[in-house]
Design a protein around this ligand. Structure first.
Ligand code: G3P
Length: 222
């Protein structure tokens, strides 16, 4: 089994904001080093620079807009995110949905800055549409399972299998992540057995009483 990509989304959890973001990112770096895997973090936009300048860990933005330099007040420009130290970005997370044209513009803008793109999707048809936009990754996450602790790999394995199949047909260069309810080592293994190359997860780590031991559990069966 290849080494997975694990991305921990800090959302807007208090436990992953400001200095606390640095603490969880440090735990991600340490556990990744010990286990020989890649663990990226997606803190809030305002914490990208703080985390990337203090911790040697791949940092992803939670969102980026398809805007160029100019008059775009309140938007998130890919070049700014890149200069803040991010290596990639989530796009179209189910808590930050975009329309198809906006997703395409965000992917294009991020790619132009050399950022790795992870387009989130909610089911097989949207996964297929996202794959056609040629991101590096799509991350399929059924919204009804997000934050429940019920792993997608167990509750809805067909959405992962079906996404992997759809992507293979449409754009085999794209790799599939899955997420929602993932927290344990067995969830990660099950996700990979379904054909995904890694997981996107949040509450199981960020809201855990001890994020470091939650991370150790996550990678324990690799
Ligand atoms: O971006 C990851 C996320 O939406 C999944 O959340 O809390 O179910 O791991 P969670």
């Amino acid at each position: 089994m290849d080494s997975p990509l694990i991305v921990v989304n800090f959302k807007t959890y208090a436990q992953g904001t400001g200095e606390a973001a640095v603490g969880i990112a440090t735990a991600c770096r340490d556990v990744a080093e010990e286990a020989g895997v890649t663990i990226g973090v997606a803190p809030q936009l305002c914490d990208i620079y703080r985390v990337s300048s203090q911790v040697d860990v791949p940092v992803y933005a939670q969102h980026v807009d398809g805007v160029s330099p100019g008059s775009n007040t309140g938007h998130v420009m890919a070049s700014c995110v890149q200069q803040a130290g991010a290596v990639g970005s989530l796009i179209n997370h189910s808590e930050r949905r975009l329309n198809l044209a906006d997703i395409e513009a965000s992917v294009r803008a991020a790619r132009a800055e050399g950022l790795t793109t992870i387009v989130c999707t909610n089911n097989i048809p949207t996964t297929a549409a996202a794959a056609a936009l040629d991101p590096e990754y799509v991350a399929v996450e059924p919204p009804e399972l997000i934050g429940t602790g019920v792993p997608v790999s167990q509750a809805d394995p067909d959405v992962v299998r079906g996404s992997v199949e759809a992507v293979k047909k449409i754009n085999p260069d794209v790799q599939v992540l899955c997420g929602a309810g993932i927290s344990r080592g067995e969830d990660l293994i099950a996700a990979m057995e379904l054909g995904s190359v890694g997981v996107l997860l949040a509450s199981g780590i960020v809201k855990a009483e001890d994020p470091r031991s939650a991370l150790e559990d996550l990678v324990s069966q690799l």
